[in-house]
Design a protein. Structure first.
Length: 130
């Protein structure tokens, strides 16, 4: 075999190896996905419940036109500022999560396509060897 052909063969083998290793990582991630997803949903549901109950306790539920002045509700402008900061942080976390989700969603089809290409190439190789 020529050195150039050997180099191309080694590069193809290295690429095939990397694809195989990546597939194992997908299985590892998927193995715990249901449990992790369920746990994360439970945490989000609990956080939403706590926040909504807190909102009811301070008068932020239902008709907001009856909400008291924030300094009166929270005891001081410092406390009101902390509440605003925390609520903004919650919103920022959801914005970041949505951005990450959109980024991963846009990358997902190319990953699937790469795996499908590999399967198609592998099937073609097997058919040509027959």
């Amino acid at each position: 075999m020529e050195p150039a052909g050997l180099t191309v063969g080694v590069l193809a083998l290295a690429g095939l190896f990397n694809n195989a290793v990546d597939c194992f990582e997908y299985v590892q991630v998927g193995r715990n996905f249901k449990k992790d997803f369920t746990t994360s949903n439970l945490r989000l549901d609990n956080a939403q419940l706590r926040l909504s109950r807190w909102g009811q306790a301070v008068g932020f539920s239902g008709d907001l036109s009856n909400a008291q002045e924030l300094n009166t509700t929270f005891g001081s402008s410092n406390n009101a500022s902390k509440v605003k900061e925390r609520l903004e942080q919650i919103i920022d976390l959801f914005v970041d999560a949505e951005a990450l989700s959109n980024k991963l969603e846009s990358r997902s089809p190319s990953t699937t396509t790469a795996l499908q290409r590999w399967h198609k190439t592998d099937a073609n190789k097997q058919n040509s060897q027959r």
